[in-house]
Write a protein that binds this ligand. Structure first.
Ligand code: ATP
Ligand code: MG
Length: 180
């Protein structure tokens, strides 16, 4: 399974629909300061459910929506879609491609879609358990993350190993069963 495509529209510095296609292997995103490299990784975390404005480098959640420039009007919504190649069927959903989409409006509502069908953020989180993919998954190693893992207390550090070993799903199911 690998990240195949990212589509961004109205998110931060991307007012017009922008499609980034990734191939298997190594891809590097390079560009001058302020050109939007970090906005791309913010878009990946946002579509996977990031709800913290601070970790998206803003004050309010609506700060992710394009604010406009001298020549371009502000947008009133933004949309990011991430497509994962699932031809190895690692996610047992019967699809060779999985697209997760999030749309948000200035009014604060967020909608999520899985292969274009409306769903809850909870559904997306459940599907991605034990894959390492997610807003806090180890597939995203941001600045300070390695230090954080090393200096974490043992209980929190163990969560990283649980996810890598495929135990998170069972721990989650047990918690859900105990709650119901
Ligand atoms: P560096 O090399 O310095 O890390 P970068 O390529 O990572 O730079 P980003 O932080 O991704 O750059 O992009 C910053 C730019 O995005 C700034 O010019 C900022 O004005 C713009 N930006 C952020 N949020 C919005 C928004 N909501 N609407 C329009 N532009 C935005
Ligand atoms: Mg940056």
């Amino acid at each position: 399974m690998y990240l195949k495509r990212l589509e961004i529209k109205g998110f931060k510095s991307f007012p017009t629909k922008t499609e980034i296609v990734f191939n298997e292997g190594i891809t590097a995103i390079v560009g001058p300061n302020g050109s939007g490299k970090s906005n791309i990784s913010d878009a990946v975390r946002w579509v996977l459910g990031e709800q913290s404005a601070k970790s998206l480098r803003g004050d309010k959640l609506e700060d992710v929506i394009f604010v406009g420039t001298e020549t371009k009007r502000p947008m009133n919504y933004c949309e990011v879609a991430i497509t994962l190649d699932n031809s190895d069927n690692k996610l047992d959903l019967g699809f060779s491609e999985i697209t997760i989409k999030r749309r948000a409006y200035r009014t604060g509502e967020s909608e999520f879609f899985l292969n274009n069908k409306s769903c809850r953020l909870k559904d997306i989180k459940e599907i991605l358990l034990d894959t390492g993919i997610g807003k806090d998954g180890y597939s995203i190693v941001e600045q300070g993350k390695v230090d954080e893992i090393l200096s974490n207390n043992p209980v929190n550090r163990r969560k990283v190993f649980d996810e890598a070993c495929g135990i998170s799903k069972f721990r989650y199911k047990k918690q859900e069963a105990e709650r119901n």
